[in-house]
Design a protein around this ligand. Structure first.
Ligand code: FEO
Ligand code: CA
Ligand code: CA
Length: 665
């Protein structure tokens, strides 16, 4: 097979890095008992960290390898494939009724009915054991499955679109340029987050349960603004002239789970929901692409209702309290939701910054120490951030207010394999009033600009992260960055089409500190371009492209999910459909565990506390792989999961092992 020209360069760059890093590692680790081999010191162990392991974490079964399953081959069919000895069931597809009148799924469902059903395009997800006490301990048969619904496919959402020539990322607009208000409502209600109680029956199968805690949070649910931006001039709107409240969460991609048992949802591509003035000059708009594309046009809904015109950020009133010029400042945050209290008001935690958030992952908490949170900004050349709380963690009293006071940092990865966290604070690191940052709120609304001033490193689209429960090592996926022209040791490939995975270790095992050491864990690609942690080429069993979702389980299997563009592209053809793999952090071995149907991304992964069921999301089957012309003919590139002549639907799969063992073992 032919090699992509850009990745030939990449392979060469990689060899240079291997050479440089190996010699550095020899120096760095030379005094440790740990054997250091290869480029990464792939055998790093917990010997120089004090991070405590959670109660159920292990350093790996003593007598068996961490990856105990047979690799599945590259997939090209419209199906899910799991290893021999595993099975799966589909659960909670888009449109499944979960509350209220429990309206049955039909393409003709109204906007109001969609608010009682599972949303579209499943993404980040967590299983909260039903006891409601600890996010990773408790029942493995009964819990609240909480998940994000990232965006919508309007042509599938609206029955009237059938037979029309409409693309995958377009909403129907009427001839007069307006939009049907109920279609807009259905799109709004298909976004957000769902909370569904699920239970495993005697037959081993999972099913949704009718429960008063079942909930839909949508793109118009009222939310509080907390942290330094609360009450700031930049979030005053007609809806909340004091700048205290806003409505809705949208573009919910990755997620997080707090040590105090709440759910965090990340607002990623929120910027294309708003119309902006052509002469808009605010960096908090321009640096974030607000108004640059407008696929949904919710502001054009007929009737001019307040909940629709708020998506128009063009000034129309005399002051910010009389229009929605500031509405795009009310999104791009990380939102906290208490899944056990259906009446609770979700809270936008502004001290974590406003950007295209992906991951929000916590370092293991320690009593009396600060809470440390890592988050990424998924756009080409954007940054990785860390928040360190001002107040110490106390298990007995911890709550979301810990995220409202502290310091936000951005990462600088140095060529020599070390790195520094740069505080994004007015008066430090070139972040001044003259540069446009008179106060902390203005930094948090535009962290991209502040991080650039501070000299943080531009990364290849940071997506999900995971923190090793034993070593404290932090892993982040860098999904791809075809626009990269200048390489850097931490982002070593020009036109990085396949992405890579980086990891770092905080100096002295202190996650709240400002120094760290980093490595590359893997480079995505086919057998010619991919590399594992030892610098060895990826194989038929391990090759992948565009790593996105990431989770490390208590046995320290690192689960990697992919979101490569449709397999039709040359660079990705050999990689087939998007997939999930597992890696051993100690050996660097990677092995493919699952392949998905056509035209989807695999995203969202969590297991029950006993690890005998793993939940994985399948997002947008068919989607971009179905052309507008094919859609008009009634064709779909995918018919997953129902098959036959059905529409494709995003859904969750629950994976179990036939022998009842831990997934991946
Ligand atoms: Fe929604 Fe960055 O993936
Ligand atoms: Ca993602
Ligand atoms: Ca992605």
């Amino acid at each position: 097979m032919g090699k992509h020209p850009a990745t030939r360069n990449a392979a060469r760059a990689f060899e240079d890095i291997v050479a440089a890093r190996t010699s550095r590692r020899t120096v760095l680790r030379g005094g440790l008992a740990t054997a250091v081999t290869g480029f990464l010191g792939g055998t790093l162990t917990a010997c120089d960290t004090e991070a405590p392991a959670p109660p159920n974490a292990t350093t790996g079964p003593a007598s068996q390898p961490r990856l105990g399953f047979a690799a599945v081959p590259i997939g090209t069919a419209d199906e899910i494939v799991v290893p021999p000895g595993y099975r799966y069931q589909v659960l909670l597809p888009w449109g499944e009724p979960i509350l209220g009148d429990y309206p049955e799924f039909r393409l003709e469902n109204t906007g109001a009915e969609q608010a009682m059903q599972i949303g579209m395009h499943h993404d980040g997800m967590h299983f909260f054991p039903i006891e409601g006490e600890h996010p990773y301990e408790g029942s493995s048969d009964d819990g609240l499955l909480v998940m994000n619904h990232e965006y919508v496919e309007p042509r599938l959402l609206h029955a009237v679109a059938a037979g029309t020539e409409i693309g995958s990322f377009v909403s129907p607009v009427d001839e007069d340029g307006s939009r049907d208000p109920d279609q807009v409502l259905k799109e709004i209600n298909a976004h957000g987050v769902s909370v569904t109680r699920i239970r495993r029956g005697e037959d081993g199968r999972w099913a949704a349960v009718r429960d008063p805690r079942n909930r839909r949070v949508t793109a118009q649910t009222p939310m509080a603004i907390a942290g330094p931006v609360r009450g700031h001039d930049s979030v005053r709107t007609q809806y909340s002239p004091e700048g205290l409240m806003t409505r809705g969460t949208m573009a919910n991609c990755a997620h997080g789970v707090t040590p105090w048992n709440t759910y965090l949802t990340c607002e990623e591509n929120w910027w294309y929901y708003f119309a902006a003035a052509e002469n808009e000059e605010r960096p908090s708009f321009t640096r974030y692409r607000v108004g640059s594309i407008l696929p949904w046009n919710w502001h054009l809904a007929r009737g001019g209702a307040d909940e629709h015109i708020r998506f128009n950020a063009v000034p129309t009133g005399a002051t910010a309290a009389e229009d929605y010029r500031n509405e795009p400042h009310c999104v791009g945050w990380i939102v906290e939701i208490d899944p056990f209290d259906p009446d609770s008001t979700p809270v936008k935690r502004t001290h974590l910054g406003r950007c295209s958030h992906e991951a929000v992952v916590f370092a293991p908490v320690r009593e009396g120490e600060p809470v440390v949170v890592y988050t990424g900004d998924d756009a080409g050349g954007q940054f990785i951030y860390k928040f360190v709380s001002a107040r110490p963690y106390r298990a007995a009293t911890a709550d979301g207010s810990l995220l409202d006071e502290g310091t936000l940092y951005a990462a600088r990865f140095d060529e020599d394999g070390s790195g520094e966290w740069l505080a994004l604070v007015p008066g430090e690191n070139a972040i001044t009033a003259e540069a446009g940052y008179p106060d902390l709120a203005s930094v948090l609304i535009d962290p991209r600009g502040a991080a650039e001033l501070a000299g943080a490193t531009r990364m290849d689209r940071p997506e999900w992260g995971a923190v090793d429960p034993v070593t404290g090592d932090v892993y982040f996926t860098l999904t791809n960055n075809a626009g990269r022209t200048e390489t850097h040791a931490a982002n070593p490939r020009e036109r990085n089409v396949y992405g890579h995975i980086i990891r770092w270790r905080e100096a002295g095992g202190d996650p709240a500190g400002t120094r760290f050491d980093w490595d590359l864990f893997a480079l995505g690609g086919d057998e010619a371009n991919g590399r594992d942690a030892n610098g060895e080429p990826l194989t038929a069993d391990s090759m992948f492209g565009c790593p996105d979702g990431l989770w490390i389980d208590p046995d320290r299997r690192l689960w990697i999910q992919t979101d490569a563009p449709d397999a039709s592209g040359d660079a990705y053809a050999a990689l087939g459909n998007n997939m999930m793999l597992a890696a051993d952090p100690d050996t660097g071995e990677i092995r493919r565990f699952l392949t998905g149907p056509i035209g989807q991304e695999i995203t969202g992964v969590i297991a029950t506390p006993d690890q005998t069921t793993m939940f994985v999301n399948v997002q947008h089957p068919g989607a971009g792989a179905t052309s507008a012309e094919a859609f008009a003919r009634g064709e779909h590139a995918s018919r997953w999961p129902d098959g036959g002549t059905s529409y494709p639907r995003s859904a969750t799969v629950a994976i179990t092992k036939d022998d009842g063992g831990r997934i991946g073992s």
